[in-house]
Design a protein around this ligand. Structure first.
Ligand SMILES: CC(C)(COP(=O)(O)OP(=O)(O)OC[C@H]1O[C@@H](n2cnc3c(N)ncnc32)[C@H](O)[C@@H]1OP(=O)(O)O)[C@@H](O)C(=O)NCCC(=O)NCCS
Length: 171
């Protein structure tokens, strides 16, 4: 993989076709809080109603084609020093280091975009080894195991919590 092919940019309505390729794949949405998207109309609506209004959601692109997303959502009010990070890419791109590069790029941007941000947090299900490896390769610290913490696809799940502080070094 030539990592110079990877970029992050805001989504466009014209990404709907590309977005549908990975959002319609249950392997991709299994660990995400939302369900698969199965029609082009739903993909366009998702971009318009969910993606564009999001405080910071970027398309992970390969040669400027959208292959996934990365998002950072700061808490509100006096908790705005803390934000949650999430990501996914199409399953045919897994295992090539792409999300590790995308998270490193995003970190450098969001600590500038959100001047109050001090701490990025990620919650990962114990079975999601790939996501844990991404966070560890970037330099996130595994802080603990949260019993019965998350709710996903009708089930209450244990989660690992990871963090990256604005003073931490990207590996
Ligand atoms: C998790 C996900 C984001 C990883 O993206 P990616 O681009 O494949 O990640 P990378 O290639 O940068 O790194 C993945 C690492 O996990 C490892 N890995 C993946 N699955 C693994 C498994 N089942 N067991 C052991 N290692 C595994 C890879 O070998 C790689 O590590 P390495 O570089 O040391 O070999 C991607 O699989 C995905 O989109 N999954 C669905 C959505 C999701 O789970 N999002 C996160 C929710 S917390």
């Amino acid at each position: 993989m030539d990592y110079s092919r990877i970029s992050l940019r805001p989504f466009k309505i014209s990404d709907a076709d590309d977005l549908l390729k990975w959002t319609s794949d249950e392997k991709v949405t299994y660990y995400l809080r939302w369900n698969t998207i199965t029609t082009i109309e739903a993909a366009s609506n998702h971009i318009q109603e969910v993606v564009i209004p999001h405080p910071w959601r970027r398309s992970i692109c390969l040669d400027d084609r959208s292959i996934g997303y990365i998002s950072v959502r700061p808490e509100s009010g006096s908790e705005c020093h803390r934000a949650h990070i999430g990501y996914a890419i199409g399953s045919n791109y897994w295992g090539q280091g792409i999300v590790t590069v995308a998270v490193k790029m995003a970190i450098q941007i969001v600590f500038k975009d959100f001047s109050n941000l001090v701490r990025l947090e990620a919650l990962v299900e114990p079975e999601n080894i790939g996501s844990q490896r991404v966070l560890e390769k970037v330099g996130f610290k595994k802080e603990g195991f949260l019993r019965k913490y998350g709710f996903n696809k009708g089930e209450i799940k244990d989660m690992f919590i990871y963090s990256f502080l604005s003073t931490d070094k990207i590996l």
